[in-house]
Unconditional design. Sequence first.
Length: 70
Amino acid sequence: MTAGGWCARSWARRTGPVTAGVLLGIYIARFVGSHPLAKGIGAWPAVLTVAAVSGASAWILADRETAAAT
């Protein structure tokens, strides 16, 4: 959860508190949701799915504009 706090602080500086809150909510929901998902599809597929959803959300909401500027 420390990583989530660090990311939320970084997102808040770049995109504002609302986007940071949304991304933190996605991060927490995916973390919690990965456990029941693992029972259905297995541990590693659940980890990869959750990481992909969280990463894609962060890129779309916070990082896409930064990547386009470089």
